[in-house]
Design a protein around this ligand. Structure first.
Ligand SMILES: N[C@@H](CCC(=O)N[C@@H](CS)C(=O)NCC(=O)O)C(=O)O
Length: 261
């Protein structure tokens, strides 16, 4: 046996509303979602499947255990992964877009129908993923040992959020307006987890502006987001190694040194 991954100690299954959703998706289907209940990237795909009413089977995987059956599906060892008619798919946002292409008759869609609006939605999804998400991780890893560095990380997150919200539909409630889109799918799991930042990192939604406050509330209240989210105390515990800045996930290692992931 090789040495266990230091981040492998996650509880084995979802709780709360997410557990009910898991239990409703045990039968084999055309799509299999390989997810970890605590993973925000996996939640993106899970939200999309729920939003769009696409039949799927949910399979819980702890990516840090590097189980051979899962490594055969995603050799990078990351969740989420999906199987569609026996073919492997990886990367949360690519899977979300794949579901748009493979299930055109399943409404609602998470990309607008108009090609120009679609292209813009993709741009803002990419920007959210490359600015807000890394800043979110850097703040959660910014321990209180260096108060100035932690404050700088907070500012980095607020600045990313403010820049994004300056481009959002004024009334919302979602980024593009009435339609819940890929921009929202990309961000919702991180918004749902921002109580970790509020409890431990002095983060306040209001610091990023009134539009963000309204947006964050709309995202966390969305049915598909709530029904793919476990109990908050369990989610909080899943961040212990990030809060002590010990996490050795690929994302943690990349974001810590300012690399894209
Ligand atoms: N860019 C990937 C990121 C996925 C990712 O980092 N997943 C984490 C769990 S939230 C993982 O599987 N980590 C295992 C590892 O780092 O070894 C995506 O969007 O799907």
């Amino acid at each position: 046996m090789s040495t266990p991954h230091p981040d492998a100690g996650h509880l084995p299954e979802a709780t709360g509303l997410a557990l009910k959703t898991v239990q409703a998706h045990v039968e084999p289907q055309e799509v299999t979602l390989y997810a970890a209940w605590w993973c925000p990237y996996a939640q993106r795909v899970w939200i999309t499947l729920e939003e769009r009413g696409i039949p799927y089977q949910y399979k819980e995987v702890n990516p840090y255990e590097r189980e051979p059956h899962f490594m055969a599906i995603n050799p990078r060892g990351l969740v989420p992964a999906a199987e569609y008619k026996g073919q492997a798919l990886t990367e949360s946002l690519a899977i979300v877009e794949f579901l748009e292409d493979a299930y055109p008759s399943h409404a609602p869609h998470v990309l607008p129908a108009d090609p120009v609006a679609r292209a813009r939605a993709r741009v803002w999804t990419d920007i959210a993923n490359k600015t807000v998400v890394p800043a979110w991780f850097r703040l959660v890893m910014a321990t209180g040992d260096d108060a100035a560095a932690q404050a700088a990380r907070r500012e980095e997150l607020y600045a990313g959020v403010r820049a994004l919200m300056a481009e959002a539909a004024v009334d919302g409630p979602y980024f593009l307006g009435e339609q819940f889109s890929t921009v929202d799918v990309a961000l919702a799991p991180f918004v749902a987890r921002d109580f970790v930042l509020a409890a431990h990192r002095g983060y306040e939604r209001a610091e990023a502006g009134e539009r963000w406050v309204r947006y964050a509330r709309a995202l966390e209240e969305r049915k598909s987001v709530r029904e793919t989210f476990s109990d908050k105390d369990r989610v909080m515990k899943s961040y212990a190694r990030y809060l002590s800045n010990e996490a050795q996930s690929e994302a943690a290692k990349a974001f810590r040194v300012g690399k894209a992931f």
